[in-house]
Write a protein that binds this ligand. Structure first.
Ligand SMILES: C[S@@+](CC[C@H](N)C(=O)[O-])C[C@H]1O[C@@H](n2cnc3c(N)ncnc32)[C@H](O)[C@@H]1O
Length: 247
């Protein structure tokens, strides 16, 4: 079973509330900038690891035809519930990014918010890139972001909100293992008089390792940016965006 099948389960109904400070609109703008920078003008786009579908909704509003997939049934259920409520025609499927078949192709695919770091086995990440390549038309775009090892070294996941008036209280503690490049995050949540716990696991991948996997999968013209800029990565980049063209 993929490691991440146990995560993003119980938290799914609270995910959007937890992420309400996340600047999805800015991310949408940055995505459009990266596409323009690639000179790729998609119509139909796949969101790999779409979560509760927030990016799909924003990009539907921009006029794109969006589809999304995610491993978590709970996250996909939330995405479908939201789309139905907003009368948005977005197809969502429960599927593993490392090996899926949507039965169609796309002009572009993307995966945001370090979702692919959740694939901790490098062979499975390679498989995810090959699977993405099978779904993107030649000349199409594949864009994603990854947390860096630097982010994990800086205890990115050590976060808490234990304020008494918070709707969902939480306390997260990350345990970074530099030898395996894996961080294991113990996430505890409290909602009214209930509590639950999720263990999330992410792996840090080096830029050259990712470039090689993308080339192996059939992507080229690979660009790597210090996230939310068009600048190259820096030693202290905590997140990188990769943009590649399907050959
Ligand atoms: C941090 S969330 C990001 C969700 C969404 N992209 C966003 O920006 O809000 C990571 C998502 O990746 C999904 N995920 C993790 N491993 C996956 C896999 N192997 N295949 C598909 N989805 C996966 C999780 O279920 C979760 O919804």
């Amino acid at each position: 079973m993929p490691t991440s099948a146990r995560s993003f389960g119980q938290v799914a109904p609270y995910y959007d509330d937890l992420m309400k400070q996340v600047p999805y609109r800015m991310w949408g703008g940055y995505y459009l900038l990266l596409l323009a920078n690639q000179d790729i003008h998609p119509h139909k786009i796949l969101d790999i690891c779409c979560g509760t579908g927030t990016m799909c909704e924003l990009l539907t509003d921009e006029g794109f035809e969006m589809e999304g997939l995610d491993l978590s049934e709970g996250m996909v259920a939330e995405a479908r519930r939201k789309a139905k409520k907003k009368h948005l025609n977005i197809r969502y499927e429960v599927a593993d990014a490392a090996n899926f078949d949507m039965g169609t192709t796309y002009d572009a695919a993307f995966s945001f918010f370090d979702s692919l770091n959740n694939i901790v086995d490098p062979d499975r990440l390679q498989s995810a890139f090959r699977t993405a390549a099978r779904h993107v038309v030649p000349g199409g775009s594949f864009i994603f972001d990854l947390n860096t090892a630097y982010a994990f070294e800086q205890s990115l996941f050590d976060q808490e909100n234990m304020r008494a008036n918070a709707k969902l209280r939480y306390k997260w503690t990350g345990d970074w293992d530099p030898s395996s490049r894996i961080i294991t995050v113990d996430m505890r949540f409290w909602y009214q008089d209930q509590s639950f716990r999720e263990i999330h696991v992410q792996r840090a991948y080096g830029e050259s390792e990712v470039r090689e996997m993308l080339l192996n999968a059939g992507f080229g013209e690979i660009q790597v940016f210090n996230s939310y800029t068009l600048n190259p990565p820096r030693p202290k980049s905590d997140r990188l965006h990769f943009a590649a063209r399907r050959l």
